[in-house]
Design a protein around this ligand. Sequence first.
Ligand code: DX5
Ligand code: ZN
Length: 224
Amino acid sequence: MIELAPSILSADFARLAEQVRAAGEGGASVIHLDIMDGHFVPNMTIGPPVVKSLRKATKLPLDCHLMIENPDQYIPEFVEAGANWMSVHQEACRHLNRTLNLIKSHYCLAGVVINPATPVDALSEVLDIVDYVLVMSVNPGFGAQKFIPSTLHKMSRLAEIRNQRGLNYRIEVDGGVSLDTVSEVVRAGAEILVAGNAVFGKGDPKKNAQDLLRAATEAALQKV
Ligand code: DX5
Ligand code: ZN
């Protein structure tokens, strides 16, 4: 099943509740929150207080994408604030297995993320414990960047490995997903589509979400 996860990074932070509601009315089924610390990535965004406020503003699951150093130190706080899904970067975790199990021990869905320069092979030992794998299709840190097409083969590879090994993680894509790129990411195997600028950048988030989901669903139908 294809799901749309709008990233609030491109939303108007003074009108978050309203914008998230509009995206939900357009069919979004998960809300993606980009947590940046100014160390792992060259930008800073939000922390647990915003997660806590959004938790009260929507019933949709909150997908917290941690782009931070030492994620173990903050995972319990994000859980407490209301995160339902939590992903950590392979590149930020010295003890990746431990960190993923820590997320799972809090009854959150656990995801692992790879940057454009990180190969799928780097995940071979954790694919059996994750609920989802997030393939970054831009270098993390900012919204509205250009999609990097060389990341597409990683989505297909993850789908292939899942089949071969009988696993059941889901495949998420993040960065530069728009009406121009949504068909190719879906054809490559992505099932959870993060989109910031394409949903909140301009126009009506409800209509933007509807248009993206329609294009994604059409591409998924062509695939089978
Ligand atoms: C980038 C973030 C993304 C970002 C995507 O570091 O992880 O979630 O918001 O934004 P768009 O869809 O605008 O590329
Ligand atoms: Zn993200």
